[in-house]
Write a protein of this length. Structure first.
Length: 186
């Protein structure tokens, strides 16, 4: 796989065996939706896999990127991919080797906020729906935050009341859904 844009454009990175990678066309679509210049943006990638989307965000200038991955081999691969690209984890770029749900709860308790949250959980487990509900209830989103979800077409997302559906596009067997946190006018 290759980084598609930004500082590390064209650089290769590894894919762990046994994962369903976010294909280049879908990764390109993600950044067409989110923007190509992410300078000053805080970015959270849940179920990071190889870290492809988070690494792409770093390459495109994101100020802070947190990648969360539970699987040992995948987390090791993300670290190796960082080394290949010359990205040091710690400080503004971090890898949380742990469960996505408990990490979101912890980040919320720590009052961390993200401009963009991306997640592409394993398919056939209804994890996208569960993750979206958790994000809507947590405090990691600020007014105007974007949430980008990649999930299989058979998983019907229920859009929480505090999120607005901006667009949904189909790419093969998956949907790419972009939502925005609504401004609370209370």
């Amino acid at each position: 796989m290759k980084i598609l844009g930004g500082k590390y454009k064209g650089r290769n990175f590894y894919m762990p065996a046994g994962i369903r990678p976010t294909q280049n066309v879908v990764r390109a679509a993600i950044f067409d939706l989110l923007g190509h210049d992410l300078r000053g943006i805080t970015f959270l990638e849940l179920f990071a896999g190889s870290g492809a989307v988070g690494l792409e965000a770093i390459s495109r200038g994101a100020q802070e990127v947190v990648m969360v991955e539970h699987n040992d081999l995948n987390a090791k691969t993300i670290r190796e991919n960082g080394e290949i690209l010359g990205i040091e984890f710690g400080g503004p770029f971090s890898l949380v080797h742990g469960d996505a749900f408990s990490t979101v709860k912890r980040l919320s308790e720590e009052l961390k906020r993200f401009d963009i949250v991306f997640f592409d959980p394993p398919y056939s487990q209804n994890l996208a729906k569960k993750t979206l509900k958790l994000l809507a209830r947590s405090d990691i989103l600020h007014p105007q935050s974007l949430v980008c979800v990649q999930c299989e077409v058979s998983e019907k997302l229920e859009i929480p009341e505090n999120l607005d559906l901006l667009t949904q596009r189909r790419y093969g067997s998956s949907y790419l859904t972009l939502l925005q946190r609504l401004v609370n006018n209370d």
